[in-house]
Design a protein around this ligand. Structure first.
Ligand SMILES: *[C@@H]1O[C@H](CO)[C@@H](O)[C@H](O)[C@H]1NC(C)=O
Ligand SMILES: *[C@@H]1O[C@H](CO)[C@@H](O)[C@H](O)[C@H]1NC(C)=O
Length: 376
């Protein structure tokens, strides 16, 4: 028997590929909550784009694709530089963001703000790369970086997985300089283990069109910046949910060094906020903005030294544990250490989550270590 096994190993060694096996990027885990069942590019053969054009083409074409990013794609200079005017509604200090006069925004909405006659910024940053339906975008190790341009899913794009990438350095000095992840009219989209940093406008935005079912998990929103609307080191425009009929699971994310919109929830949005971790939020700012139209169930989250977890609180929020009749289990209490109040009694929101609630762990203390890219 032993001899037989040795013979077999010997034979296979002869035919084995001479190189050491390449670690292939594959989707890790599966979506929980609303986007459960998303398949992205499914079992399409993986493609590894070598150039910016190839990446853009794979993301936007009509084929189901698994797109593996094994290097940094730097779009900063890919569309040249735009020079225009701007304004300073938030102050004129060197730490203040300047707004681009995009579509006459300064002229129309900030007529009293000091104008800035000439600013230059990367043209590529302003609009994200269109991502079509049935795509998996996945970074290899900690190599998958997209710099200077975001990703945009719109006009009904559906069945998309984005996992383990870092989107960074999109005109961070300039409001209207660009967003990192945009969904505006879509369905069944899973954003997982994505890090965003140094963004001009929104780190993540779901626009006013319905984006259907979305899961955002294990991601890191790093608001650390040298230019902000508060003229300090905390980015204001973190996460914005404005969809007209959206169901979002927001689980295991790490939101830090932000001062607002963390997230801002409005439109008609059902949002399950579970096991996220907030820390280093600007003491003069806040985490949540809950506008009318929001229905939020928040459980098992940790607020670590967050002076103002929510402001304003106009929409519906439930933070209690009495969830058995809707979820078939109790909800998990949130943990607030050295933090202000985060409390809501709107138990009627529970019916929005009865069939698609993600599981809730008792303790989110590991999230700062596990969230973000390069961790899977
Ligand atoms: C985030 O903010 C905290 C203070 O709230 C600061 O100590 C820390 O250095 C900031 N993080 C980074 C990466 O700058
Ligand atoms: C969560 O887990 C950490 C690390 O194990 C522990 O220090 C902390 O006390 C726990 N928190 C809660 C609320 O159970």
């Amino acid at each position: 028997m032993q001899r037989f096994v040795i013979a077999l190993l010997g034979a296979s060694a002869v035919f084995a590929a001479p190189t050491t096996p390449v670690k292939r990027a594959t989707v890790s885990g599966s979506a929980e909550g609303f986007a459960a069942g998303v398949t992205g590019g499914g079992d399409a053969a993986a493609v590894t784009p070598a150039t910016l054009d190839e990446l853009v083409s794979y993301l936007g074409d009509k084929e189901p694709r698994v797109i593996v990013l094994n290097k940094e794609f730097d779009f900063t200079d890919s569309e040249g530089t735009t020079t225009g005017s701007g304004c300073s509604p938030w102050g004129t200090g060197s730490q203040c963001q300047i707004a681009i006069n995009k579509d006459d925004w300064c002229t129309n909405y900030q007529p009293d703000a000091p104008t800035v006659s000439s600013i230059s910024y990367s043209a590529a940053g302003v609009a994200g790369i269109p991502v079509a339906s049935d795509k998996t975008i996945i970074g290899e190790g900690s190599k998958g970086v997209i710099k200077g341009k975001g990703l945009r899913m719109a006009n009904g794009a559906s069945n998309i997985i984005i996992q383990n990438i870092h989107v960074t350095e999109i005109n961070p000095q300039y409001v209207w300089g660009g967003d990192a992840i945009t969904i505006d009219g879509g369905d069944m989209i899973w954003i997982d283990h994505v890090k965003t940093s140094l963004i001009g406008r929104q780190h993540i935005v779901l626009g006013e069109s319905s984006s259907g079912k979305v899961t955002i998990s294990n991601s890191e929103i790093d608001g650390t910046t040298s230019w902000s609307a508060e003229c300090n080191a905390y980015h204001y425009w973190a996460v914005l949910f404005l969809g007209s009929d959206d169901s979002i699971t927001f689980k295991g994310n790490y939101i830090h060094n932000t001062s607002g919109r963390g997230p801002k929830v409005g439109g008609k949005t059902a949002l399950h906020v579970v096991n996220n971790y907030w820390s280093d939020i600007d003491p003069t700012g806040h985490a949540f903005e809950i506008d009318a139209g929001a229905s939020i169930l928040a459980e098992g989250n940790t607020f670590d030294g967050v002076k103002t977890p929510v402001s304003p609180q106009e929409g519906k929020l439930y933070t209690g544990t009495d969830c058995s009749s809707a979820l078939g289990r109790a909800c998990v209490e949130n943990t607030l250490t050295n933090s202000g109040e985060f409390s809501g009694t709107d138990s009627d929101v529970l019916s929005s989550f009865s069939s698609n609630a993600a599981a809730a762990e008792k303790n989110a203390s590991g999230v700062p270590t596990s969230a973000g890219f390069g961790k899977i």
